[in-house]
Write a protein that binds this ligand. Structure first.
Ligand SMILES: *Cc1c(COP(=O)(O)O)cnc(C)c1O
Length: 766
């Protein structure tokens, strides 16, 4: 079949041969050449290297290697170069079969530490090439089988052997699509392997997601081992569903749940669906509007008791114990909690802690994040006297998995929820037809993090982020010295080297320390850069891979400078050059250094930022700088230059006080008139009306109002919008006014519909 040859070609066998005598007319040279011929005859693709440096570059850049053959006498000065190759290889891959090419007389020179890292010897001058070739091929085949995690292995196996199906899905391995031209186009675009692995739950061999049986169940056990949980669950509808499953399994109607106000919409929905009485934990916010951690003093038992006593919705509730707490870790801007400390604080009030780690699935695999993620340390040390801990991770967000792939990880402790009970809620939210490739991609994301691969891959992302941050910081410093401007990153201004104790500007700090030492990234009490004041030392750390690029405009202590550049303008400029960023606020742009980062990929971002500066300084016409803006809104922006627009937008932000209004809008909790579920029930019954902002004063909203970014509820269903000149409506009115002035730069606020420039929101009918 053409398909299998194609697949074979793409996933072909590949080996690296490292020997400095490959081209020499010596016995060893002839022997290694005939071994290469033999391997090629067996359809094994061969890459060669004659120096250790060359070999190490190949190892770094080619994860498709399935075997390494290494000359034990590489180079001329002892065995150092060969040892270096072994170290580099095992640093990222613990299992790829590795053979030392040697002759028996030198075998005794191989130290035990090296022997432990290689698999076997090849006696080049004594064994026959046929014998050696067979051993190598067998090792490659075993390895290929070994690298597949349980679910992917079963799926690949099943789709290879089974030809005909009588079950759903109706396209039966893709053939259903072939019956019409658009179907055929779909088939060709996605390719047969994907369609053949789209199988139904009636395929018993693959087990069941709902019963956690068979290869799917094995895959969950495997994930539990890799991610450090007691139990893990595959979820095929995103962490949105994972959050809802956990909350609904933990809290029932009219029970009190603690909820980070900096929570995702799905946590808000979960509060509504469960009927819980949310009691909010309010995070801090800095001069850029970046959301900080919930300070430790707001998590003490006394503070929590006070919060519940102050919550009008809790007034009539007899049971005053909070049943559950949900915390976002890390925050969108990359602030990670010391989870051990949070457990200690919150654990005094609540038995079940739930960390929403949608953006943080990699944390366990790099020592940078030690103690700063939910499944930290040894799961066996998590004893029954500790809180029960849940984590939700969107594997698709920062690990490598298909969209919607998510994990729930659980460590049982106090008030643990037995699997049988938890699974009832799990099934309530699961489809009976989950997409198996999503599950297999979750499985693979675990396998990629397993062993040394996790530390190596996350380490690379951190190194790239550090290099980018230091580059930008250096450019900003050079510009400042010349009285000029450039973009900078939100990060410590100086770094104390953990080894030498020397304090240096960020861009001059040792990249190796920055990439490996968490103390470089910890928020120190009172440090000006973070703007979160006298925060407890060690409580919160900035994740190096989540980089907020800062545009000029905000004064160091807060408030606006005389001139500034709105970040949304820079984002539009980058977009016109095919660079799409993660998130833009008034003066920050978030870029993520995920596993997908390739070396130096950030170079194009730096050069685009330099181009922006050049065009801004020259006030380049918008037709050239951001053509789409002129195409879509010629009447508004025709004739303007980049700097003209920046100035106009900046002065509108100054006049409308958008940044300060946002800080004010989010700094106070609105008064809840009823719980989210009661407001939602009124919405479903149609007892609502849609009103303008002026009409909303003093009214109870029926849906959440969530400005993006950052996607934190400004109002939850059932909350009162407050007076027209209050912080909530004040903020919404400033957004509305800004949107009217700047088409193409309008804000996206869930729960708001815009009609002729006017915001309209559903509230409860009187
Ligand atoms: C994205 C996100 C979610 C939802 O995850 P999906 O996998 O997109 O459903 C939950 N929580 C937070 C904090 C998120 O950012």
């Amino acid at each position: 079949m053409t398909l299998s040859t194609e697949r074979h070609r793409r996933l072909g066998m590949k080996a690296l041969v490292i020997d400095d005598e490959i081209r020499e007319d010596s016995a060893a040279g002839r022997a290694v050449r005939s071994l290469i011929d033999e391997l090629q005859r067996r359809h094994i693709e061969i890459i060669t290297a004659i120096t250790a440096d060359d070999a190490i570059s190949v190892i770094r850049s080619d994860p498709a290697l399935q075997c390494v053959l290494l000359d034990w006498d590489l180079g001329t000065d002892g065995h150092g170069p060969s040892v270096a190759v072994v170290e580099a290889l095992r640093h990222r891959n613990g299992t790829v079969p590795t053979f030392l090419l040697a002759d028996r007389s030198v075998a005794s020179t191989v130290p035990a530490a090296v022997m432990a890292k290689v698999d076997d010897f090849v006696w080049l001058l004594e064994d026959t090439v046929d014998f050696v070739g067979g051993r190598i091929q067998a090792a490659i085949e075993r390895y290929r089988d070994h690298v597949l995690p349980p679910m992917l292995k079963a799926l690949a196996q099943f789709s290879r052997v089974h030809e005909y199906s009588w079950h759903t899905p109706g396209h039966t391995g893709g053939t259903g699509f072939l019956k019409s031209p658009p179907g055929r186009a779909f088939f060709e675009f996605f390719g047969e392997p994907l369609l053949r692995s789209d199988l139904s739950i009636s395929v018993g061999e693959l087990g069941s997601l709902l019963d956690h049986s068979g290869p799917i169940g094995q895959s969950e056990k495997y994930a539990a081992r890799v991610f450090g949980s007691h139990r893990s669950y595959h979820v095929t509808n995103g962490s949105s569903t994972s959050n809802r499953v956990i909350l609904m399994a933990s809290v029932s109607r009219d029970q009190i749940a603690l909820c980070d106000r900096n929570c995702h919409k799905s946590a808000e929905h979960a509060m509504t669906m469960s009927g819980a009485i949310p009691t909010y934990l309010v995070p801090t916010r800095n001069h850029y509007g970046i959301i900080g951690p919930i300070p430790p003093e707001r998590l003490t038992a006394v503070a929590i008791r006070q919060l519940i006593d102050d919550n009008p919705l809790a007034a009539g509730i007899e049971d005053r114990e909070p049943k559950h707490a949900i915390i976002t870790n890390s925050t969108y801007d990359g602030l990670c909690y010391n989870v051990a400390r949070v457990e200690e604080l919150l654990g005094a009030s609540v038995d079940r802690l739930h960390f929403d780690e949608a953006w943080y699935g990699y944390a366990r695999f790099n020592p940078m994040y030690r103690e700063r993620h939910a499944m930290h340390g040894d799961p066996k040390a998590h004893t029954a006297d500790k809180p029960t801990v849940f984590a939700t991770q969107s594997t698709h967000k920062l690990l490598a998995a298909l969209s919607q792939a998510s994990f729930i990880h659980v460590r049982d402790g106090r008030r643990a929820i037995p699997h049988g009970i938890f699974n009832e809620t799990f099934m309530m939210h699961a489809s009976t037809s989950p997409l198996y490739p999503i599950i297999a991609s979750n499985d693979v994301s675990a396998a990629m993090m397993d062993g040394p691969g996790g530390a190596a891959l996350t380490g690379e992302a951190i190194e790239e982020a550090v290099a980018f941050r230091q580059m930008l910081s250096r450019l900003a410093n050079e510009a400042a010295e010349q009285g000029d401007w450039f973009f900078d990153c939100w990060q410590p201004d100086t770094v104390r080297d953990p080894k030498t104790g020397r304090v240096t500007p960020f861009h001059e700090a040792s990249p190796a320390s920055l990439a490996s030492d968490p103390s470089c990234w910890v928020l120190k009490p009172g440090a000006a850069w973070h703007g979160f004041g006298e925060i407890e030392d060690g409580y919160c750390m900035l994740d190096p891979i989540k980089v907020s690029v800062v545009t000029p405009g905000v004064a160091p202590g807060g408030g606006l400078m005389p001139v500034g550049i709105p970040a949304s303008l820079v984002t539009a400029y980058l977009d016109a050059r095919g660079i799409v960023v993660e998130k833009t606020t008034d003066f920050t742009i978030l870029v993520l250094f995920s596993l997908g980062i390739t070396k130096g990929k950030w170079g194009s971002l730096v050069s685009a930022l330099c181009d922006f500066k050049r065009d801004y300084d020259a006030n380049a016409p918008l037709e050239l700088a951001i053509p789409a803006l002129i195409e879509d809104h010629a009447d508004r922006y025709a004739g303007m230059g980049l700097k003209d627009l920046a100035d106009t937008m900046f002065s509108a932000m100054d006049q409308l006080q958008t940044t300060a209004m946002m800080a004010a809008g989010f700094s106070v909790l609105p008064r809840p008139d009823m719980s989210p579920v009661r407001a939602y029930e009124r919405l479903v019954r149609g007892e609502v009306e849609q009103v303008t902002l002026d009409e909303l004063a003093g009214r109870t909203v029926a849906t959440g109002v969530v400005p993006y970014p950052p996607g934190i509820p400004l109002l939850m269903p059932g909350e009162n919008a407050g007076p027209i000149d209050g912080p909530v409506l004040g903020y919404l009115k400033s957004l509305e006014a800004y949107d009217r002035r700047f088409p193409g730069f309008t804000h996206d606020t869930h729960g708001v519909e815009v009609e002729d420039g006017a915001y309209r929101i559903y509230c409860l009918a009187r």
